[in-house]
Ligand binder design. Structure first.
Ligand code: NCD
Length: 301
């Protein structure tokens, strides 16, 4: 693997190799030496809590040097372009650049301008491949399998890079996906990715996993639902709407009382914090997969 830009770049074998490698590193508390002498640069042009922190920690656990660049407070505010930012920071010879950007395709551009391996940490509403991989890992650990699982993704699918990546990833491993939400939040023609759609929340009934998405209001140009109260009343995931044992996931950040009831988020079937833990293991596996085979830079004394 040269870069990880989209789930579409991966075969089922790639996914299985990464999940197996995440499983190996998941239990290890010590640092691993695999990326010693290499630099992992995180380049975030959008806010992030989980993705940014887990990539940085993953790189550190693999003994890499890390540098975290945030657009806010940088020369981007003085008008420096993405290209010049990448050319500037590439002068430090990063082995990997992890990039999050509001524009679709930005990570592909970064990959053209640098020698580093590029990992897409979210581009607009397009792709977020490491999120989909950590979600598969979480499901596999909790339910013991992926093949044949039924997953209902509920909420704002139309603005969600998480949903687009996850639908593709679930199809790749032989799981079934159903998208549930108000018709305005389900993209037309999305069934072509290999899923079905439903507009009533009762359609989550047969799912092994209910995967909840937040209303991504920062990406909405107009009102997609009459009000958040009405959304919560019709599609919010409450204990009453779930069967005992039905697992619940959410990529975060959660909005308690809107798309997910606090009792569900904190309940025994919630895998939300497992997803955060999985993020560390899976991002270690991805960095290792991309970088470990490459020779470290020669150090000239
Ligand atoms: C998501 C994102 O930024 O795409 N968060 C994440 O990475 N865990 C989902 C979101 O913002 O709703």
């Amino acid at each position: 693997m040269r870069h990880l830009l989209s789930i579409g770049d991966l075969s089922r074998d790639d996914v299985e190799r990464i999940l197996a490698s995440a499983d190996r590193v998941a239990g290890i508390d010590d640092k691993l030496p695999s990326l010693k002498g290499k630099l992992v640069l995180t380049l975030f042009f959008e806010s992030s809590t989980r993705t940014a922190s887990s990539f940085e920690l993953a790189a550190k656990r693999l003994s890499a040097d890390t540098m975290s660049f945030k657009a806010a407070g940088s020369s981007v505010e003085k008008g420096e372009s993405l290209k010049d930012t990448v050319l500037t920071l590439s002068a430090y010879d990063p082995a990997a650049i992890v990039v999050r950007h509001p524009h679709i395709g930005a990570p592909q551009l970064v990959a053209r301008w640098t020698e580093a391996a590029v990992v897409n940490a979210g581009d607009g509403k397009h792709q977020h491949p490491t999120q989909a991989l950590l979600d598969l890992f979480t499901m596999q650990q909790a339910l013991g399998r992926l093949e044949g699982l039924h997953v209902a993704i509920v909420g704002d699918v139309v603005h969600s890079r998480v949903a687009r990546s996850l639908i593709q990833a679930l199809a790749l491993v032989g799981a079934h996906t159903r998208l549930v939400g108000p018709p305005t939040l389900l993209p037309t023609g999305i069934e072509a990715l290999g899923c079905d759609t439903a507009t009533e929340v009762e359609a989550i009934d047969t799912a092994d996993v209910v995967y909840v998405l937040r209303m991504q209001r920062e990406r909405m140009e107009s009102a997609f639902v009459p009000s958040l109260r009405e959304y919560a009343a019709r599609w919010g995931i409450t204990p009453e709407r779930l069967r005992p044992g039905q697992k619940v996931m959410h990529p975060g950040p959660i909005n308690r009382g809107v798309e997910i009831d606090g009792r569900v988020a904190d309940g025994p079937d919630s895998l939300i914090l497992e997803q955060v833990r999985a993020g560390l293991a899976v991002r270690m596996a991805v960095l290792q997969d991309l970088l470990a085979a490459r020779p470290a830079l020669e150090v000239v004394a």
